[in-house]
Design a protein around this ligand. Structure first.
Ligand code: FES
Length: 163
């Protein structure tokens, strides 16, 4: 991250690295999200100006792809798979226990900005179901009783990920 560079300049650098090509919008949004963990409104405004694209078009792309977030995210991203294979193996109970133990509802970020809890629809590891991803790392064959250990993993991990 280049957190020391003020936002407008940092966004300008990212846009310039793609020569402000409109076809590079998704890549630009990805880099901006990596930088700030989400897409701040002022960054989208700057992209609109620098790439000469309508703000509505940028919001259209940013809201279409689930990978983009318009809300600040937590230091850790916890993704519970609720696809069919995981659902039939009780992913719902795991999700509910995570909500309870992490003090955050699905789709939300905890007030201390430590954790964002989201649901995803099949991560391609159905044989491991039910599956939870913590900062992109798969944890499979989970039981509700193992959620406590998962929460410890989240709490103890000093890393912060870029979403
Ligand atoms: S349904 Fe969960 S990994 Fe496929």
């Amino acid at each position: 991250m280049s957190q020391n560079t003020p936002m407008p300049e940092r966004v300008d650098q990212i846009v310039a690295s793609y020569q402000a090509r409109s076809t590079a919008l998704i890549m630009v949004l990805q880099e901006v999200q990596q930088e700030y963990s989400y897409l701040p409104p002022e960054a989208l405004q700057r992209i609109s100006e620098r790439m000469d694209l309508a703000l509505s078009q940028i919001y259209g792309v940013a809201t279409f792809y689930k990978a983009f977030s318009l809300e600040p995210r937590g230091k850790h991203l916890v993704s519970v798979c609720t696809g069919t294979a995981c659902h039939v193996r009780n992913s719902q109970s795991i999700l509910e226990r995570l909500e309870r133990d992490l003090h955050v509802e699905r789709g939300q970020t905890s007030t201390d900005r430590e954790v964002t809890l989201e649901t995803v629809n099949c991560v391609g590891a159905c044989a491991l179901g039910p599956v939870v991803l913590i900062d992109g790392k798969h944890y499979g064959h989970l039981t509700v009783g193992e959620v406590e250990k998962l929460v410890e993993v989240i709490r103890q991990c000093p890393c912060s990920v870029q979403h």
